[in-house]
Design a protein around this ligand. Sequence first.
Ligand SMILES: Cc1cc2nc3c(=O)[nH]c(=O)nc-3n(C[C@H](O)[C@H](O)[C@H](O)COP(=O)(O)OP(=O)(O)OC[C@H]3O[C@@H](n4cnc5c(N)ncnc54)[C@H](O)[C@@H]3O)c2cc1C
Length: 419
Amino acid sequence: MAPIKKAIIIGGGPAGLTAALHLQRTNGITCTVYEHRPTSVTSGGSIGIPSNGLRLLNRLGLYETCARLGNTEDRFILHSAWDGILAEASFSGAAKEKIGYGYMRIKRTDLISVLLEAAQKEGVRIHYNKNIVSIEDQDDHVTATFADGSSDTADILLGCDGIHSAVRRLRVDSSLQAEYTGVSAMFSLLNRAALPEDAPTLTCFNSTFTTDGVLAIIPCTASNDDIFWFFSGEVSVPESGEHGWEVYRHKEVQEFKSAILSVLGQVRGQWGDFVRGVIQRTSSISFTPIYRLPLGGTWSSGRCLLLGDAAHAMQPHASQGTSMALEDVFVLSRVLQHYSNRTINDMFTKFEELRRPRITRIYNASEQNGQLWKKTGPWGLWFREIMAWLMFSVTSKLGWKIGVIPSKDLIYDPEEMVA
Ligand SMILES: Cc1cc2nc3c(=O)[nH]c(=O)nc-3n(C[C@H](O)[C@H](O)[C@H](O)COP(=O)(O)OP(=O)(O)OC[C@H]3O[C@@H](n4cnc5c(N)ncnc54)[C@H](O)[C@@H]3O)c2cc1C
């Protein structure tokens, strides 16, 4: 088979930029990224990256740069709604001791800037304002055409264009639709300077269960000066249907604040006063309904392959979406190296064979964690707190290190999977 020399990458998020950087550097494939936004700036907020993803960032040579920007405290504190600390434990459980990486919270814009700069240094070209309108897959090449009339031709095309992927719709699996998880998130970033001088300095992930969802407040810069908070809970689809989400997105900040503050009224003690103060001092709030893709869609067709959320968007409740995109890229790179004498179809089939079981497992773990975000009553809340206390506090007193997902999933090394 003729070697793969050139790749078109649709989407300049974590999956697309990592694929471009790694495949160009490691596999010698010339990659060009086409992003439909006018610039690289992504919507705000922050993301958590656990041990398995951090190790891959390190293999890309980017861990240290990210660690200088983000918060790398592996500890989390769970506050009881009835006052006091319920549990203090580590995200990574025993994984940090085993592989040396714990947990990082980083602003989405910072992560994208680091990946973008690294990809550009590697010589990757990135074009913005590019809306893909058609994909023509032929025997020995694939051609993408964009709304502005331009086109490009390559050996393979990677659809890294997120949950509502145009590549999936145009070429790979037009039947697969994103589905609402029943849970939505409201979130914001604010600077510590917006808080009263006597507000406690937060250095790690702090959260509280309520009857209506979970509130978390997390520093997401190395200086702990930028604070990200989210309140995530069950929200019904608007009566007007899913297009009615726009109404939520355009709600006034005061309306969101009132809704969150009314739920947080049930959180007692100094922590309750603090979290309400944070919400009150927030000047803008974003709303996002959380969608996922049903498991089992098709990931490749001809010379096109989906990576990251475009293939397997999952609930964010195990903080694994970005890490799954990174793992996809490392496995693809290895498969292209190890099976270079096979056909593209064989290589993409091998990729799927290696990734499906892992994705299914993490997808299900995320769904299971997401149950804690669902509405409950006061007794249900009490039960959740007891379970969290048993799982994290009691076990840590016994010397066991339990993370938010099993440690074997956090020490998983995707490169070892390709023999
Ligand atoms: C509320 C929320 C919280 C989350 N929290 C976390 C977390 O803590 N940790 C974590 O790891 N993950 C988290 N995630 C999931 C995470 O955001 C994704 O898994 C991750 O961003 C996937 O990267 P991706 O590159 O595959 O897709 P995306 O990040 O969606 O990037 C896709 C890119 O493609 C571009 N694009 C889209 N359509 C086109 C097109 N037609 N043509 C060209 N370009 C296009 C987009 O503009 C974007 O730049 C969260 C998700 C949500 C919704």
